[in-house]
Design a protein around this ligand. Structure first.
Ligand SMILES: Nc1nc2c(ncn2[C@@H]2O[C@H](COP(=O)(O)OP(=O)(O)OP(=O)(O)O)[C@@H](O)[C@H]2O)c(=O)[nH]1
Ligand SMILES: [Mg+2]
Length: 376
């Protein structure tokens, strides 16, 4: 069974549909089950049949309420991409009755337009051509699932890309948020602060963006709304000295986590590099183990531009994770694959809307399912 079919089984449909599916598939795979047997059998029995022998990895675990909620958020946040990128793929399948060179040319174009990234698209097309050849696939309908599976494989690709945030277990956890103007740094900090508060963590927000007028005030307002501690100097203060005082205050207040907003400008790479270096030195001086995460925020609607920002930031500082915001605002949907293959930094959070609960930890299975659920 393909990876996508497994995801569909895991996330898809209502509980009743799932139970029916289990029965159907058991019938297909276990010829010895006769009708009488099936009528009497409970779903639990069927699952036992399925997990026997080679089918052990096809067991479907019921989703917890929390996971169901997550599936819904991905579902809603990716609806634009389903209507754009994914519906183009569906249309392509409808228009071709046989796979040929023209089909691959069009497929290539659709994937490139969907922000998948040129190198990734080339890699994907090559793999698909090989699969078509090896498995003698002629029907585009049949290739759809292979395509989704190969996308998944590209993301997972031998490495374990963790979405876990590293917290400092020896000392206070300091997380820096970097990224260019308007990508969603400040709102992301507020959303994460609110999540941490719900986990009973004591949080301090530090306004390290002393450059843009109003930025300090904006973060102060968020801290009041969310109910966290706050430290901000005055506009035009040196961000590193604000950070120093902020961490000292956070320690005095016995905070668990410090979330640091930074100025979003990249006009001068050398300046920014020095500023981030200085901030990291301040953190290392005050905190055992130093900065535990530097999260780069990028706006999914900016496509290739976002990828270029990630590459540039990666050169000037040690980015440990990416927050991909505004995924709900793009119809393209493929940027996650470009980040994986062209940047190689794990996406740790994804923004699928403006509300606090719309920022969720990134999960490739939810993402692939949310995109392609209607296609296969
Ligand atoms: N639809 C949508 N909007 C988002 C998301 N994340 C952030 N935004 C919006 O993006 C806008 C900019 O967000 P900010 O947090 O102010 O961005 P910033 O990076 O701090 O901007 P500067 O401080 O100017 O550099 C706000 O209107 C947010 O509500 C998301 O996941 N989806
Ligand atoms: Mg901001």
């Amino acid at each position: 069974m393909g990876i996508f079919s497994k995801l569909k089984k895991m996330f898809g449909g209502t509980e009743e549909e799932k139970e029916e599916k289990v029965v159907d598939e058991t019938l297909e795979s276990e010829e010895e089950i006769d009708d009488e047997n099936l009528e009497d059998s409970e779903v639990e029995d069927d699952e036992e049949e399925i997990t026997e022998e080679d089918n052990i990895d096809e067991e479907v675990e019921p989703l917890t309420e929390e996971k169901k909620e997550k599936v819904k958020i991905y579902d809603k946040g990716l609806s634009k991409s389903r209507g754009g990128f994914v519906s183009k793929l569906q249309d392509l399948t409808r228009r071709y009755s046989k796979i040929n060179e023209d089909y691959f040319d069009e497929l290539e174009e659709i994937l490139i337009m969907a922000d998948v990234g040129v190198n990734t698209v080339m890699e994907l097309i090559e793999k698909l051509k090989k699969r078509v050849n090896d498995d003698k696939i002629t029907d585009p309908e049949e290739l759809k699932e292979v395509l989704v599976d190969e996308m998944f494989i590209i993301y997972v690709n031998d490495e374990i890309l963790t979405n876990k945030i590293n917290y400092n277990d020896k000392d206070i956890s300091v997380i820096l948020f970097v990224g260019v103007n308007g990508v969603g740094k400040t709102t992301t900090i507020a959303k994460i602060a609110s999540k941490l508060k719900k986990e009973n963590k004591k949080v301090m927000l530090v306004a390290g963006d002393t450059f843009r007028a109003g930025a300090v005030e904006q973060l102060r307002e968020w801290s009041e709304r969310v109910g966290t501690s706050f430290y901000g100097g005055n506009e035009k203060d040196d961000p590193s000295s604000v950070l120093y005082d902020g961490i000292v205050k956070a320690k005095e207040e016995d905070c668990d986590v410090v979330l640091v907003d930074t100025a979003g400008r990249l006009q001068n790479k050398v300046n920014l590099m020095h500023e981030l270096e200085k901030m990291n030195n301040v953190i290392s001086k005050l905190v055992d183990g130093g900065c535990c995460e530097t999260l780069l925020v990028i706006d999914a609607t900016t496509g290739q531009n976002g990828i270029s920002q990630a590459k540039a930031f990666k050169e000037i500082t040690n980015i440990t994770g990416i927050v991909l915001t505004k995924m709900d605002g793009t119809a393209k949907g493929g940027i996650v694959l470009a980040i994986k293959s062209e940047v190689g930094i794990p996406v740790k959070y994804i923004g699928l809307g403006e509300k606090e609960e719309d920022l969720v930890s990134f999960d490739i299975e939810n993402y692939i399912y949310g995109l392609f659920k209607d296609m296969i």
